[in-house]
Design a protein. Structure first.
Length: 291
């Protein structure tokens, strides 16, 4: 096994260890459904906080638990709610499953959910929905943030992510696409990565990977984990360990800010490693001559 792959595996394991011990404890709320968007996806500079399934189908609880809240627009709501008809279920380890845009509930709502094989509702177009869909989010009371559901559910996936491009942005705002130039001036650069993931669950849709790592001459210089999104001091933050502001990380063109580097004269090897939640990885390297 080459050193690049060993290094990438170590990074992925370290990130997983930092998470609370509830990995792969849930079931998918829709059977054989396709996801249009996933957690952490960059939607024109805004982060997605759950998984959006687009299918007319039954909705199942991801795990057993206690029903905390049910909101039904049909029961006399005066204003249109963004989530439409939705339900919150307290699952294990202080995790709350939020099921939104439901068409209706499958019979009288019980105070507890014990059998995950019995549907709780059907997908719908309630709230700010454009068609039959389910918005599934997971909120962790312990960390006061939204958790990436793909870390809680076993996802069978053998396809690695795809790196579209890596962009260096200088202090003057000039954008330099790596691979299209072999030389740069020395100085401070912001490193943006445009990458996506694909799996059977997502059909032909391009969604967010899980982790971005930036190496310069073999040394880790930046890392972004799309594991949790929380609010701190009125701002959304991503990454449980580092707490990076989403308005700085998420770029309007769909790319992500991975880090800032100071380049000095000489030859530089830049390596980008992108990993998905199934552990598949894509490595992209660039040889740069810094003048």
């Amino acid at each position: 096994m080459n050193t690049n792959r060993i290094r990438a595996i170590i990074i992925f394991i370290a990130a997983a260890v930092a998470l609370p011990p509830y990995i792969q404890a849930f079931d998918w709320p829709i059977q054989n459904g396709k996801a249009l968007k996933n957690f952490g996806m960059n939607d024109k500079g805004q982060p997605e906080r759950g998984i959006l399934f687009a299918k007319e189908d039954s909705v199942f609880p991801a795990d057993a638990g206690e029903v905390l809240f049910v909101s039904s627009y049909k029961k006399g709501g005066t204003y249109l709610q963004p989530l439409g008809n939705w339900m919150a279920i307290q699952h294990q380890d202080a995790l709350i499953g939020i099921y939104s845009h439901l068409s209706d509930f499958a019979g009288p709502v019980q105070s507890s959910v014990a059998d995950v094989s019995i549907p709780i509702a059907k997908t719908g177009s309630s709230g700010w929905a454009i068609g039959p869909q389910l918005q599934f989010s997971v909120y962790d009371r312990k960390t006061s943030g939204y958790v990436n559901p793909q870390l809680l559910i076993n996802l069978i996936d053998t396809r690695p992510p795809v790196v579209r491009q890596t962009i260096f942005v200088g202090r003057d705002g000039q954008r330099i696409i790596l691979g299209q130039t072999k030389s740069l001036r020395q100085g401070l650069y912001r490193v943006l990565v445009d990458a996506y993931d694909m799996a059977d669950l997502f059909g032909n849709y391009q969604v967010a990977p899980y982790q971005f790592s930036l190496f310069i001459n073999g040394s880790l210089q930046g890392q972004l984990d799309l594991d949790m999104i929380s609010v701190r001091e009125g701002k959304f933050h991503v990454n449980l360990r580092k707490g990076q502001r989403t308005d700085l990380i998420y770029q309007a063109d769909g790319s992500y800010l991975i880090g800032e580097i100071q380049l000095s004269r000489g030859k530089v090897l830049c390596e980008i490693i992108v990993t998905d939640t199934a552990g598949n990885q894509k490595s992209q390297t660039y040889q740069i001559n810094v003048e």
